[in-house]
Design a protein around this ligand. Structure first.
Ligand code: KG4
Ligand code: ZN
Length: 361
């Protein structure tokens, strides 16, 4: 086995300025300067504000990441940076800084796909004596659920992915954020919806299950969002008063359940599709990544779905859910970009690439 490379990674795809140092899949540092508070008044990410904040944060974040990792520039083997997808002005700041550093320190520069980062985030390891070489049994199924993406992917090899289904409108996190705006939860609403859902009754309101008749594995959350908007309007009109706190809790629980039920419904359908009566299931694991992957209720419902499917098909082993070892790796972060640079051997030094806001995996 060759010695793992030490990589300085940068991600400025959305509203976090993140810089990490990884050695192979081991995280030596993972600095995240969040701009959430700056964007909160707008109820979403404001691109020009993001650009300016990235520009202010990037150099200090690089210095901090190196310092925390106790790594000197001469120990860095390569620089990795998110090429896309993401907000164009935000991506630009990270890419420009990475190009400058690659030139200044004469290091190879590796452009990385942000979604691939979320997919492989489950393989990141803490810096401890127990960390070891990563060689999972592939293929596996991956589910990326974030503010910008919701997709099912087949991971055939590092660098080789097949998209099996994706949202045709909003991402799951985006739907949670937009629902949160309807009940004034602040931005980003996903974590608050999770907290409030624990205090509410998930069967209080009956949300529909989207796209039951479509034969594919795509998802759609915009119908749930519209249903929520109409429901809230009707409740307020009927009682001629604003929502009570308990109604907000109940709405959070019911909406969150509806979003996750749609995901698990499509997951079951997908597993049915790839299951072969003679050979069984070609995958043993489901890898979960992206901001919404931090949600404990989502993890529980996915585990239950995998357990139910495994016992229904009498699989020898239950399909296991793999999540990043810390919640910090679910949301946007540069360590996952470094992990991709370590594992995907197809990546090549390129100092002339441009940002790709709509890059696909
Ligand atoms: O991966 P991420 O940081 O950024 C994108 O690449 O989009 O994901 C951010 C999304 C936001 O929509 C946020 O509300 C959601 O992840 N999120 C959560 C939780 N934590 C973050 N959604 C539900 N439950 C959570 N605990
Ligand atoms: Zn992301």
């Amino acid at each position: 086995m060759s010695k793992p490379r030490t990589i300085l990674a940068i991600d400025t795809s959305c509203d976090e300025t993140s810089v990490a140092v990884v050695r192979g899949t081991v995280i030596l540092s993972n600095i995240i300067a969040s701009q959430a508070q700056l964007h909160a008044p707008y109820g979403g990410v404001f691109p020009t504000v993001a650009k300016q904040a990235h520009a202010e944060n990037i150099a200090p974040a690089v210095a901090k990441a190196l310092k925390m990792a106790s790594i000197d520039w001469n120990e860095i083997d390569a620089i990795a940076v998110t090429q896309g997808p993401g907000l164009a002005p935000a991506l630009e700041v990270g890419i420009r800084h990475a190009k400058m550093l690659a030139e200044k320190y004469q290091k190879p520069l590796l452009p990385v796909n942000h979604i691939e980062g979320h997919v492989l985030s489950v393989l990141a390891q803490p810096n401890s004596e127990k960390s070891s070489e990563t060689s999972p049994q592939l293929p596996v199924l991956a589910l990326v659920v974030s503010g910008g993406h919701t997709e099912f992917l087949l991971v055939e090899a590092f660098g080789s992915y097949q998209r099996l289904g994706q949202t045709i409108d909003d991402a799951a996190g985006e739907a949670l954020d937009k629902f949160g705006r309807m009940v004034n939860l602040g931005y980003p609403a996903g974590p608050i919806v999770e907290k409030f859902a624990k205090l509410g009754d998930s069967s209080a309101y009956d949300f529909p299950l989207p796209m039951t008749t479509s034969g594919d594995f795509n998802l759609s959350f915009s119908g749930l969002k519209t249903f929520a908007r109409n429901l809230i309007k009707k409740i307020k009109l009927d009682q001629n008063a604003p929502l009570t706190q308990q109604q907000i809790y109940d709405l959070c629980a019911s909406f969150q359940t509806a979003v996750f039920r749609h995901i698990t419904h499509k997951l079951t359908k997908l597993l049915e599709e790839i299951y072969q009566p003679d050979t069984g299931l070609p995958i043993a694991e489901l890898w979960l990544g992206g901001g919404v992957a931090a949600n404990v209720a989502l993890r529980q419902t996915l585990r239950q779905t995998l357990k139910d499917f495994s016992s229904q098909k009498r699989l020898k082993k239950t399909i296991s859910l793999k999540t990043p070892y810390t919640k910090k790796l679910c949301g946007d972060n540069a360590a996952m970009i470094g992990v991709v640079a370590s594992l995907n051997k197809n990546l090549e030094n390129d100092v002339n690439f441009e940002r790709e806001p709509r890059l696909k995996i």
